[in-house]
Design a protein around this ligand. Structure first.
Ligand code: 13P
Length: 135
């Protein structure tokens, strides 16, 4: 599965802890991330992560493009709801594309815990049938 991991600055520590806790599961998948989030995850866990641009520099849009091309399966996005982001339109656009294309999206740690268990249980295997890369 192709999984995107994204965290705003105030949520990066939570993302590191999440990625560390579930490293054994995440390691079985293709991981993608916005620039700084990906760097932090790589440093903390040693997981291989394909890094896009940093969020404010277009990383959210790059992940959105993958979704539009049907080349992304899940999005785990730890958003900071208390801090204004300069690239808010990009964030909204990414979440909108998840809705357009029925891509499972969680935006906080509690949702991510559910998603990772569902992933481990094979609940997202339908994505393998519809993903463009597999055709
Ligand atoms: O801003 C972000 C997502 O909107 C995250 O970007 P970084 O991972 O580069 O900090």
């Amino acid at each position: 599965m192709k999984i995107s991991l994204i965290a705003h600055d105030e949520k990066k520590e939570a993302m590191i802890q999440f990625a560390t806790s579930y490293q054994h599961i995440l390691a079985k998948h293709d991981l993608f991330a916005t620039g700084t989030t990906g760097k932090r995850i790589q440093e903390a866990t040693g997981l291989k992560v394909h890094r896009f641009q940093s969020g404010p520099l277009g990383g959210d849009q790059q992940i959105g493009a993958k979704i539009a091309e049907n080349k992304m399966d899940l999005v785990i996005f730890f958003r900071d709801p208390l801090t204004a982001q300069p690239h808010e339109p990009d964030i909204s656009a990414l979440m909108r594309l998840c809705d357009v294309y029925q891509i499972p999206l969680v935006t906080n740690l509690a949702g991510a815990e559910v998603m990772i268990r569902a992933l481990q249980a094979g609940f997202f295997s339908w994505r393998e049938l519809v993903r463009e890369d597999d055709k």
